[in-house]
Design a protein around this ligand. Structure first.
Ligand code: FMN
Length: 151
């Protein structure tokens, strides 16, 4: 299946997780386009048969559990997109020492639902990507299960 994966990253772990997901899906025969939220367009989202969205959680204005600003800007650019039941899923990177662990995932899920997409696969929350060895394994496991589900 043709898949669009849009991610935002500040310090690189979400970009690394996005590439890991893309590598697993590609190895299983899917065709994956990985795009930074800074340059991804609403037209690409509309055209994609399957859509994956990923962001770390961040805080701004004293509020924890938010997506990165560039992800919020991408979502604002996509406010008029109609996903028309498009199959989608979401992943987030975070740190469980924060009160709102991977809070951005809820925000991304809300965007998918608001624009008419279908969350066909459970969202992934990744704790401490560069700190915990199991974090990368969890990403690989999730991507393998996703690859099987949508083949
Ligand atoms: C300023 C700041 C705020 C953060 N806020 C949260 C948060 O509210 N919830 C959470 O789960 N993780 C939070 N984190 C952890 C990051 O989401 C985590 O380190 C993530 O892997 C960073 O992804 P990136 O390398 O793609 O930028 C925060 C990290 C920083 C530096």
């Amino acid at each position: 299946m043709n898949i669009l994966l849009v991610y935002a990253t500040n310090s690189g772990s979400t970009a690394a997780a996005a590439q890991l997901i893309a590598d697993v899906l590609t190895a299983k025969g899917h065709i994956v386009s990985v795009k930074d939220a800074k340059i991804a367009t609403p037209e690409e989202v509309t055209a994609a048969p399957f859509f994956i969205l990923g962001s770390p959680s961040w805080d701004h204005d004293g509020l924890e559990g938010q997506p990165l600003p560039e992800m919020e800007e991408f979502i604002t650019r996509c406010k008029d997109v109609q996903l028309n039941g498009k199959p989608c899923t979401v992943f987030g990177l975070g740190d469980s020492s924060y009160t709102y662990f991977c809070g951005a995932v809820t925000y991304l899920e809300a965007f998918i639902k608001r624009t008419g997409g279908t969350l066909t696969f459970p969202s992934l929350k990744v704790d401490g990507f560069y700190m915990k060895p199991e974090a990368g394994e969890n990403v690989t496991k999730w991507a393998n299960e996703l690859a099987e589900k949508i083949k």
